[in-house]
Design a binder for this molecule. Structure first.
Ligand SMILES: [Zn+2]
Length: 306
C-alpha cells in the first residue's frame, strides 16, 4: 500500500515536471527539487506555470511528510530484536524479570508506543529515548494487567530542565525536570531528556524522573493529584497511608530520613518521590522503610525487592 502511494506521488511529480517543460517556451531560471533518486528541473516561468510549480511543491511536501511520518513509526512495531536489545541495555527493572514477564513487558511497551506520541522539542529523539519514556510508564502499572493510561496522549522531551513557562533555554530559573499538564495542557507530559536518561543510568541512586511523572498520572486517575491513588488503594488503607505520609514528612523535615526532601512539598510529591525510591532501590527501601514499602507494594501490586 505504502509503495503504491509512493509510486503514485512519484509519477505525479514526473508528470507535472514534464508538463512544465512542455509549456515553457523560455527558461529564465530553474529550481532543482530532489525526490528519491530522480532530480527534476522545475521551471520558474511566469503565469499559470506558477500554479503548476506550487502544485509540484505541494506534492513534494506531501512526499516528505509521508517519509518523515514513516520514520517515526514506533520502534517496537517494526523491530522487536532492537526493542529487546535496548531494554536489556538500559532498563534494570526489565532485566530483573523472568522470561515470561519480559515478553509481557515488551508487549506493554509496544502498546504504550502505539497509544502515546513522543516528540522532541529542540532536539531529535531516538529509539532509546522512546524506550525510556515507555518504560517509565509501564514500570508503575506492571502489576495491573489491563491498565492503560487514559490521561496522557503526548510526551514532549525537552533537552534539559525548563521553567514554569516551558522555556528550556536562556532563562535563569530552569529547574523543572518533568511535569504533567492540567487545564489546556491536559493529556500532555513534559520531560527533560537529561533527567530521563539519568534516571535509567547505573548511578541514578533513588531517583527516576520518568517514573515520578507517570506516578503522578496514576495518582491523577481518580480526578485528584493528591498523593492518594484511590483507584489502586482499598478504601480502608487510605487513613493509614495518609498517617504514614505525614509521619515520614515529619522525619524528613527533622533530618531523620534519607528520602529526597522534595517529598515534603505536598502529599502528591511525597507519593511520587517514594515511588521512585521503591522502584529504583527496592531492597534498600524495604530495609529502611518496611512499612512504606509494604504499603507501596499494595498500591502497585508489585514486590520488586523479591
Ligand atoms: Zn512531581
Amino acid at each position: 500500500m505504502s509503495l503504491l502511494i509512493a509510486f503514485f506521488v512519484s509519477s505525479m511529480v514526473d508528470k507535472v515536471s514534464l508538463s512544465l517543460s512542455k509549456t515553457c517556451a523560455q527558461w529564465p531560471g530553474s529550481l532543482m527539487v530532489r525526490h528519491a533518486h530522480h532530480t527534476h528541473y522545475l521551471l520558474t516561468c511566469t503565469s499559470n506555470r506558477t500554479t503548476m510549480l506550487i502544485l509540484a511543491l505541494a506534492i513534494v511536501i506531501i512526499v516528505l511528510i509521508y517519509f518523515f511520518n514513516r520514520k517515526k513509526k514506533p520502534v517496537a512495531q517494526c523491530d522487536a530484536p532492537l526493542l529487546k536489545q535496548l531494554l536489556t541495555q538500559h532498563i534494570g527493572f526489565y532485566n530483573n524479570l523472568n522470561d515470561e514477564d519480559k515478553s509481557i513487558f515488551e508487549q506493554r511497551i509496544q502498546t504504550f508506543l502505539n497509544d502515546v506520541r513522543i516528540e522532541g522539542v529542540g532536539l531529535e529523539i531516538g529509539d532509546t529515548d522512546r524506550i525510556m519514556v515507555a518504560s517509565s510508564a509501564v514500570i508503575p502499572i506492571f502489576g495491573f494487567k489491563d491498565w492503560t493510561y487514559r490521561n496522557v496522549t503526548n510526551v514532549l522531551l525537552y533537552p534539559d530542565t525548563f521553567n514554569d513557562e516551558f522555556q528550556f533555554e536562556g532563562s535563569e530559573s530552569r529547574n523543572i525536570m518533568g511535569m504533567i499538564g492540567s487545564g489546556y495542557m491536559n493529556g500532555q507530559m513534559i520531560l527533560s531528556r537529561n533527567a530521563l536518561v539519568k534516571g535509567f543510568s547505573k548511578n541514578s541512586g533513588e531517583e527516576n524522573t520518568g517514573i515520578h511523572e507517570f506516578v503522578h498520572l496514576l495518582d491523577k486517575a481518580d480526578g485528584a493529584t493528591d498523593g492518594i491513588p484511590e483507584s489502586f488503594l482499598a478504601h480502608e488503607y487510605t487513613e493509614p497511608w495518609v498517617r504514614m505520609m505525614h509521619q515520614e514528612i515529619h522525619k524528613i523535615e527533622t533530618g531523620h530520613s534519607d528520602i529526597n526532601p522534595y517529598a515534603i512539598t505536598n502529599e502528591a510529591e511525597f507519593f511520587a518521590v517514594v515511588s521512585e525510591y521503591f522502584f529504583e532501590k527496592p531492597d534498600q527501601f524495604q530495609n529502611k522503610h518496611p512499612e512504606l514499602y509494604a504499603m507501596l507494594s499494595k498500591i502497585f501490586g508489585q514486590d520488586p525487592a523479591e
